[in-house]
Design a protein around this ligand. Structure first.
Ligand code: PTJ
Length: 251
């Protein structure tokens, strides 16, 4: 494909596709990651390809949870690395939080490629390279994780995640934040905080809130109030209502 002109009405979406396609060829994105991306794109279309108010509120709660956490971890898979590696590293440094490469379709080669990519972008102390623990309740290699990373985390961000793993992390007693454009997915329904937004917008939004809270010296009590007033189910209903109203008003 030739260079996409900035004037193209679907510029951002096409650039994002290019990134996914390039990182598939580089061995970072799994082939099913292409399908997952297509599903995400369809839902992004429905919300109007911008952050809707309820998703900005979810990003704010995620930031509060991160600042209250004792051992927060950001989980990185192939699609996340392809689309938001730099932004995830920036977020991890700002909180601060750990980064763990945790793959659904785990192979040593993909883990190493993703770690190399993250290291090149300035990430240090990446977890998940030599997993020494297992997430209970799920089978095979996708359960592998790091004892000092996801296994012992209290708050975990698992963007673009599969439902089984989100459920298993919840069963372990963890607070789970997800970013998922599909408000109907099992992950979206199981997580404590679901940000229904494109990861390319959601990660910078969370970071903006973290910076804002830190700059304004927001107290732990205030952060806790933000978390306590959150109702994820109610928020998902608001997202669905936003989508249906938007669709009905288009023609
Ligand atoms: O790299 P691996 O091996 O860990 O595999 C990663 C994928 C994404 C293939 C794996 O986790 C998977 O199969 O995920 P699912 O079950 O397809 O769920 C991914 C969810 O992310 C779907 O609900 C999509 O709608 C959503 N999604 C896709 N792209 C984006 C997105 N959400 C936010 N931003 C996106 N750009």
């Amino acid at each position: 494909m030739g260079k996409i002109p900035k004037s193209h009405p679907r510029y951002k979406s096409l650039i994002t596709r290019e990134k996914i396609s390039k990182e598939f060829k580089n061995g970072i994105v799994h082939e099913t990651g292409l399908i997952a991306h297509g599903r995400g794109e369809a839902f992004d279309y429905l919300i109007g390809e911008k952050t809707i108010p309820s998703s900005m509120r979810a990003a704010k709660v995620a930031a509060a949870l991160f600042l209250l956490a004792k051992n927060p971890v950001i989980s990185i898979n192939g699609n996340v690395a392809a689309l938001s590696a730099k932004e995830c590293i920036e977020l991890a440094k700002t909180i601060p939080a750990k980064i763990e490469v945790n793959l659904f379709h785990r192979t040593k080669a993909r883990v190493e490629k993703i770690v190399a990519m993250l290291s090149k972008l300035g990430a240090i102390g990446i977890y998940g390279v030599k997993p020494d623990a297992v997430i209970p309740f799920i089978e095979h290699d996708r359960a592998l994780c790091d004892k000092n990373g996801i296994y012992s985390a209290d708050v975990v961000l698992v963007p673009l995640e599969d439902g089984d793993r989100c459920e298993a992390l919840k069963k372990m007693g963890k607070t789970v934040i997800t970013i998922d454009l599909n408000p109907l997915s099992r992950t979206a329904k199981t997580a404590d905080v679901t940000i229904v937004d494109n990861i390319t917008r959601a990660i910078p939004n969370i970071r903006k809130w973290v910076v804002n809270f830190k700059k304004n010296h927001v107290s732990e009590e205030e952060l806790q109030n933000i978390v306590d007033s959150w109702d994820n189910k109610k928020n998902l209903k608001e997202v669905l209502s936003f989508i249906s109203k938007r669709i009905n008003s288009l023609f």
